[in-house]
Design a protein around this ligand. Structure first.
Ligand SMILES: [Zn+2]
Length: 45
């Protein structure tokens, strides 16, 4: 399943949650990006 991540609140959104309108159901942001690939984070010590 395709999942998106909200750019504003960083919550993960499934495609079913959005419906026809592409926007975040939590904060209403229209800026989303696909979370298909894993984002490599470097741990700060
Ligand atoms: Zn959001």
């Amino acid at each position: 399943m395709t999942k998106y991540t909200c750019f504003a609140c960083s919550k993960k959104i499934s495609k079913d949650m959005m419906g026809k309108r592409v926007r975040c159901p939590y904060c209403g942001s229209k800026i989303l990006y696909k979370a298909t690939s894993k984002i490599t984070k470097v741990k700060a010590r």
